[in-house]
Design a protein around this ligand. Structure first.
Ligand SMILES: Nc1ncnc2c1ncn2[C@@H]1O[C@H](COP(=O)(O)OP(=O)(O)OP(=O)(O)O)[C@@H](O)[C@H]1O
Length: 332
C-alpha cells in the first residue's frame, strides 16, 4: 500500500451526488476543487466478503486488484483511473474520469432500442477493450451492461475490475463463482474450474443480444433457471457438439432435452412483431459468441474482424451517436 503515501486528500474534491452503491464500492459524482473537473469517486468498502478475501486491516483484495489493473492500463475503451485519494479515516477512493451513463440504466430509460449501426459502434468499442484485456492476460470475468459506461461523445468504456484477474497458460483452476448470473458462460454454470478468455466472449454475446433487443437475453433467477433458459433457447448441448461436457461437475444433472437452436426466432431476418431484426452475418456473429464449447467460441480478434462490421448499415461514428439526458443517480 506504499502507493497511498503522499496521495491527495478526498477533501480536495466536492462530492456532488451519489451515483450508485454496489458490492465493493460507493460511486460519487464529484468536482475537483482545484481544476473544476467533474470526476467519479469510487470509495472502497472495507471488510467486504470473507475474511480471507481481505488484507489484515480489512482492505478487500478485489479492490486492490481493481486499483492495480486500472492504474496500469491505458486504453480508450477502459475507464481511466487518474489517481487514488484518501480521507482522514483511511478510506481509499479511486478518482476516475466521469462517464454520463451506464448501458443498463440507459437502455431502461430509452423508448427505442439502439439502431443496428449504433449497436455496431458500441460492440466495436467493447471488443477493442476486451482485446486489450486479453492481449494483456487479464480476464474481466464480470462483463455486463451496468459495467459498460457511455459518455455523451459516444465513447464506451469498460469499468468494474473487481472480479478481474491475470491468467496464464496453462489454465489454472479458478473459482467458478464469477460473472453475474445473466452473463455467465455455460462452462461456469456447469462448474468448470478451468476456464479462460471464452467466458468474457460469452458475456459479450449476451451484451450484443441485449443491445439489439433492449432487454436481457437470459434473465435467470437461480443457476438452474439460468441453465434452463439457455438450453431452452440454444438447445441442450451434447458431448458431440461440446467434447468434455460430460466431465463437468454440473453436467450430471437431469436437464430438459431441447434439441433445437431457437435463437433465430428471437432475432429474425425480418420481423412484423417488433422482434429485433438481425442480418445473416449479424446472426452468425451472435451464434459464434454464444457457442457452447469454449474452445470453439469466437475469439476477440476474430469477432473484431467479423464481416458484420463491414456490411451496411456500417457502424455509426462515435461523433454521430445520440446523446441522452443526464443520469446522475443510478441507484441499484
Ligand atoms: N467512472 C464512472 N463514471 C460514472 N459512473 C460510474 C463510473 N464508474 C462506475 N460508475 C457507476 O457506478 C456503478 C457501479 O460501479 P462499479 O460496478 O465499479 O461498482 P461495484 O461496487 O463494483 O458494483 P457491483 O456491485 O456491480 O460490482 C456503475 O454501474 C456505474 O453506473
Amino acid at each position: 500500500m506504499n502507493m497511498l503515501q503522499g496521495c491527495r486528500s478526498v477533501f480536495e474534491f466536492e462530492k456532488l451526488n451519489k451515483i450508485s452503491e454496489g458490492t465493493y464500492g460507493i460511486v460519487y459524482r464529484a468536482r475537483d476543487k482545484k481544476s473544476g473537473e467533474i470526476v467519479a469517486l469510487k470509495k472502497v468498502k472495507m471488510n467486504v466478503g470473507r475474511k480471507e478475501d481481505c488484507l489484515e486491516y480489512g482492505f478487500p483484495i478485489s479492490s486492490l486488484r481493481e486499483i492495480n489493473i486500472l492504474l496500469s492500463f491505458d486504453h480508450p475503451s477502459i475507464v481511466n483511473v487518474k489517481e487514488v485519494v484518501m480521507d482522514d479515516h483511511d478510506s481509499v477512493y479511486m478518482v476516475m474520469e466521469y462517464m454520463e451513463h451506464d448501458l443498463k440504466w440507459l437502455m431502461e430509460s430509452m423508448k427505442q432500442p439502439f439502431s443496428t449501426s449504433e449497436v455496431k459502434c458500441l460492440m466495436l468499442q467493447l471488443l477493442e477493450g476486451v482485446k486489450y484485456l486479453h492481449d494483456n492476460w487479464v480476464l474481466h470475468r464480470d462483463l455486463k451492461t451496468s459495467n459498460l459506461l457511455l459518455n455523451n461523445q459516444g465513447v464506451l468504456k469498460i469499468c468494474d475490475f473487481g472480479m478481474s484477474r491475470q491468467y496464464g497458460s496453462p489454465l489454472k483452476p479458478y473459482t467458478s463463482l464469477v460473472v453475474t448470473l445473466w452473463y455467465r458462460a455455460p462452462e461456469l454454470l456447469l462448474g468448470a474450474k478451468k476456464y479462460s478468455t471464452a467466458v468474457d466472449m460469452w458475456s459479450v454475446g449476451c451484451i450484443m443480444a441485449e443491445l439489439l433487443a433492449k432487454k436481457p437475453l437470459f434473465s435467470g433467477t437461480t443457476e438452474v433457471d439460468q441453465i434452463d433458459k439457455i438450453f431452452k433457447t440454444l438447445g441442450t448441448p451434447t458431448e458431440t457438439i461440446w467434447p468434455g461436457l460430460s466431465e463437468l461437475p454440473g453436467a450430471k444433472a437431469n436437464f430438459a432435452k431441447q434439441p433445437y437452436n431457437l435463437l433465430r426466432k428471437r432475432f429474425p431476418a425480418a420481423s412484423f412483431t417488433g422482434s429485433p431484426v438481425l442480418s445473416e452475418s449479424g446472426f452468425d456473429l451472435l451464434n459464434r459468441l454464444l457457442t457452447y464449447d469454449p474452445e470453439k467460441r469466437i475469439t476477440v480478434d476474430d469477432a473484431l474482424n467479423h464481416y458484420w462490421f463491414h456490411e451496411v448499415p456500417l457502424p455509426k461514428s462515435k461523433d454521430f451517436m445520440p446523446t441522452f439526458p443526464p443520469q446522475h443517480a443510478r441507484n441499484k
